[in-house]
Design a protein. Structure first.
Length: 61
């Protein structure tokens, strides 16, 4: 969970204290610092996964 942006992302890469995240449903990656990150709660994680499934369904996937 990126607290600075209020977004959940999957960790894609890291370099020192910079972490590159990607939205669970896909899309553009963004950079965050370690200080801005925390593990997502189970509720936040489930919500992100449901959003990804709904996005895929809208696209016919």
């Amino acid at each position: 969970m990126d607290n600075a942006r209020g977004r959940i992302g999957q960790v894609m890469d890291h370099l020192e204290n910079r972490i590159q995240l990607r939205p669970v449903q896909g899309g553009l990656e963004w950079d965050a610092t370690l200080e801005d990150l925390r593990p997502a709660t189970p509720s936040e994680e489930l919500s992100a996964k449901v959003k990804a499934i709904n996005s895929a369904a809208k696209l016919g996937g």
